[in-house]
Design a protein around this ligand. Structure first.
Ligand code: B12
Length: 485
């Protein structure tokens, strides 16, 4: 009999198939204590009957949800359906959303508990007590609602302190990737060849960016950022690599060079002992030429760098990123010199941003040697400084929950209307391309990018791309038609 069915909720984020590392870490910890887990990867709401069927067949003692903030309404609907199907089944939810908003327990009248903070040890304790039929009082990390299988807001809630003491970071390091890989097999478009082995070492980030949940999480969890030793980290990469057979690795740490000493020692050993191609995240001002060289030697094949905005006021005064234009340009240059493809990560629609300011993001990206530029629409995550600002200034719209987050605008921003945000998001790559051409050939392409010229320029670039595409297709066709033998 299965002890736990985890539900990883991806209906609003819809990233490519991804291993939820919180769930994978908890499952690995539970397995080391003899408890078994199953997983439902909740990709779209039409998966509801599938999820109910999996829960019915597994007959666990607990369903454990993970969800980003935007997906919480979908989670509530599923949780409600599970309650109707199995009234006595205990339902708990964890992750950054409920850690920052434990009051979600009142909003979801079919949830029995929410986990605030690290979940490995609290969930083990909870499941052991459920299995033994013992009382659930006083489990650190959990707010528990005594609903007795009922649906309703009237339950009394026991509020225990958050789970903030992590314990031995080496001992707790481990991920049950197999849990996710087995479940991915049900999706026809899942490709094992393209799947990366996902791993995270440091739990958090010490920077104070106003758009990121890390600052809010540190307020709950305290300033200490647990990090396993280099020895344990290398061991777990080797073991996970051998267990999954995946041929590329993604290190998900918010900032891989946050602890420089750890980083240098880790990549040196990784280069010698593992050397599987990998990707990671860096701050543009967080590394030097030697670090870039070490990354290249270790097999870095893609590095994601947060640019956020090309407008220094938006980036540093509003978003509190604290990185200059020069540092960003220098960071990308170092990666280019080391031969590592770099991808910039950008945000559009930050409170206070205007179309003219957004064009600074296009211009800055055009100066960088990028292998791609990702653009996300600003989303105010609970507990962040910018979410509080949006709330205080009446900027939050009804689209906030349940939206395809980062793809749709969710704020009321008269100075940057939703249709304009949509246009710039869709045209971002084309506008960067135009700006590069304009810089290289100012005489041939003299029109500067402004909020007035952006739309006709994007139209012309689209037309140009289509024409080139057609011409290429025509040139390629005869070759394809030539009999090969
Ligand atoms: C790695 C990462 C990713 C990876 C992997 C995703 C994943 N879910 O693991 C990728 C790149 C795919 C990703 C995607 C997204 N991410 Co992300 N991601 C992170 C990052 C950097 C680290 C998360 C992590 O792995 N931590 C380590 C693991 C071991 O800890 P954990 O996940 O917190 O889980 C612990 C506890 O929360 C708890 N817990 C977790 N689940 C459960 C379940 C139960 C039942 C219990 C009891 C406890 C419990 O116990 C776990 C172990 O201690 C965080 C930032 C951060 N520093 O936290 C952002 C973060 C979690 N992501 C965020 C967001 C918004 C997203 C996306 C929505 C972005 C997008 N639109 O595409 C998607 C959402 C995907 C999804 N369906 O959840 C936000 C979430 C904010 C929020 N309030 O919702 C964060 C906080 C960053 C931010 N922007 O501020 N992300």
């Amino acid at each position: 009999m299965t002890d736990i069915v985890f539900v990883y909720n991806d209906v609003t984020a819809h990233t490519r198939y991804t291993c939820g590392l919180g769930v994978a870490s908890i499952a690995s910890h539970l397995a080391s204590h003899g408890l078994t887990s199953e997983l439902v990867y909740y990709r779209r709401e039409s998966d509801l009957p599938y999820a109910l069927d999996r829960v019915r067949r597994a007959d666990p003692c607990l369903v454990g949800f993970y969800s980003p903030s935007s997906g919480f309404p979908a989670l509530q609907r599923l949780s409600m359906a599970i309650r109707r199907q199995a009234p006595g089944l205990f339902q708990a939810c964890g992750g950054p959303h409920v850690t920052l908003r434990p009051e979600s327990l009142f909003e979801a009248p079919s949830l029995d508990a929410v986990c605030i903070g690290y979940g490995e040890r609290p969930l083990l304790e909870l499941v052991q007590r459920l299995r033994a039929g013992r009382d659930l009082a006083g489990i650190e990390g959990f707010w528990v609602a005594r609903r007795d299988g009922q649906i309703g807001a009237g339950a009394t809630i026991e509020r225990n302190p958050p789970s903030v003491t992590f314990g031995d970071a080496d001992e707790l390091l481990g991920f049950d990737h197999g849990l996710f890989l087995r479940e991915f097999a049900r999706f026809p478009d899942f490709s094992r060849e393209r799947q990366r082995l996902e791993i995270i070492f440091a739990r958090g980030c010490s920077y104070r960016c106003a758009f990121c949940s890390n600052v809010a999480l540190r307020k709950v969890m305290g300033p200490h950022i647990p990090r396993p030793s280099v020895e344990a980290s290398i061991r777990v990469v080797k073991e996970s690599h051998a267990a999954t057979g995946l041929t590329r690795v993604a290190f998900h740490d918010d900032n891989f060079t946050l602890d420089r000493e750890w980083f240098r020692s880790f990549v040196a050993r990784y280069a010698d002992e593992v050397r599987v191609p990998f990707s990671c995240n860096l701050r543009a001002d967080g590394f030097d030429a030697q670090d870039a060289r070490l990354l290249a030697e270790a097999g870095a094949e893609r590095i994601y760098v947060g640019v956020e905005s090309g407008n220094a006021h938006i980036r540093n005064d509003v978003m509190r990123k604290g990185v200059s234009d020069e540092a960003i340009v220098r960071g990308f240059k170092l990666l280019e010199n080391a031969g590592i493809p770099a991808v910039s990560q950008n945000i559009i629609g930050t409170p206070g941003e205007t179309p003219a300011m957004f064009l600074d993001t296009v211009r800055l990206n055009a100066r960088l040697a990028t292998r791609g530029a990702i653009i996300s629409v600003f989303y105010p995550y609970p507990g962040t400084e910018l979410a509080e600002y949006c709330d205080a200034h009446g900027l939050l719209s009804r689209r906030l929950r349940g939206s395809r987050e980062r793809n749709e605008d969710v704020l009321c921003t008269p100075q940057f209307p939703p249709a304009r945000i949509g246009f710039y998001r869709r045209s971002f790559a084309l506008l960067i391309r135009y700006e590069r051409l304009h810089r290289a050939h100012p005489v041939l392409l003299p029109v500067p990018l402004t909020p007035r010229t952006a739309a006709p320029i994007a139209r012309a670039m689209r037309l140009h791309r289509r024409t080139i595409g057609r011409l290429r297709a025509k040139r390629v066709q005869p070759t394809l038609a030539t009999p090969s033998g």
